[in-house]
Design a protein around this ligand. Structure first.
Ligand code: ATP
Ligand code: MG
Length: 213
C-alpha cells in the first residue's frame, strides 16, 4: 500500500524551505514518495511574467535529482480555481488503496477552515503540519481549527499507517525562514537569491530574468 506525501504550493519560486519539509517529513513518517503539486491559480497573483508553466519548470529543476520526489501537474491541467479537495478526489480515483499525507505549513493551516469543502478534506488524507518560522497568525488558531485539532490530532506516527485518512499530526522540521515572497523582493531589489534555492533554479531565474520587475 503506497504511502504518499503531497506538497501543494504556488512555488513562486520553489526554495529550500519547500524541499526540506518534503525531505524531512518523508523520512519522519517513512513516505514512499512526495508529490509536488503546483497550483494554477494562486491566491496572491504571480507577477505577469511568471507563468504557471515557468513555476512548474522550476519545481521540476529543483526536484529532478531526488528519487523520492515527483511533480504532479494536474492542477495546471484544470480550469478554474485550484481547490485541494478536487486534487485529492482525483488522486483517490487513481490510487484507491494509497494513504495520502498532505503537508502544510502552519501559515497555511491557519486558513484551512476557509478552504473549499474543507470539512471533507480529512476524508481523503491525513494532515502533517509543520511550523512556519516567523508567522504570527499561525500561533493563534481560531476556535474552529482548535476543535479540528482536538478531534483529529495524534502524536503517534504509526496511526498514519493504521488509518487511511483523518489524522492530524504536528511534526517539527529544521526551521528555515525562507519564503518565495522574500526571494521575489530580494530579486526586485537587485539582491541575489543564491543559497535560498537550488543552483538549477537560480540559473533558471537568471536566464529568464524572473522577478526583476
Ligand atoms: P509566498 O511567500 O509566495 O506565499 P511560500 O514561501 O509561502 O510563498 P508557498 O508555495 O506558498 O511558498 O508554500 C507552499 C507550502 O509550503 C505551504 O504549506 C507553506 O506553509 C509551506 N512552506 C513554504 N515555505 C516554508 C518554510 N520555509 N517552512 C515551512 N513551511 C514552508
Ligand atoms: Mg505562502
Amino acid at each position: 500500500m503506497k504511502f504518499i506525501g503531497i506538497l501543494g504550493g504556488t512555488f513562486n519560486p520553489i526554495h529550500h524551505g519547500h524541499l526540506r519539509i518534503a525531505q524531512e517529513i518523508a523520512e519522519a513518517v517513512n513516505l514512499d514518495h512526495v508529490k509536488f503539486i503546483p497550483s494554477a491559480n494562486p491566491p496572491h497573483k504571480a507577477p505577469p511574467q511568471v507563468t504557471a508553466q515557468q513555476r512548474a519548470e522550476m519545481v521540476q529543476l529543483a526536484i529532478q535529482d531526488n528519487p523520492l520526489f515527483s511533480m504532479d501537474i494536474r492542477e495546471l491541467e484544470r480550469t478554474g480555481p485550484s481547490y485541494t479537495i478536487d486534487t485529492l478526489k482525483s488522486l483517490r480515483r487513481e490510487h484507491r488503496h494509497a494513504t495520502f499525507c498532505l503537508i502544510l505549513g502552519a501559515d497555511a493551516f491557519a486558513y484551512y477552515d476557509q478552504w473549499h469543502e474543507w470539512e471533507s478534506i480529512l476524508n481523503y488524507c491525513h494532515l502533517v503540519l509543520v511550523p512556519r518560522p516567523n508567522t504570527t497568525n499561525s500561533l493563534t488558531l481560531n476556535p474552529r481549527l482548535n476543535a479540528v485539532l482536538q478531534q483529529h490530532g495524534t502524536q503517534d506516527i504509526l496511526q498514519l499507517t493504521q488509518q487511511q485518512n483523518g489524522c492530524i499530526i504536528q511534526l517539527t522540521v529544521t526551521a528555515l525562514e525562507i519564503s518565495s515572497s522574500k526571494i521575489r523582493t530580494m530579486i526586485a531589489q537587485h539582491k541575489s537569491a543564491i543559497y535560498l534555492t537550488p543552483p538549477a533554479v537560480m540559473h533558471y531565474l537568471q536566464q529568464h530574468q524572473l522577478y526583476q520587475i
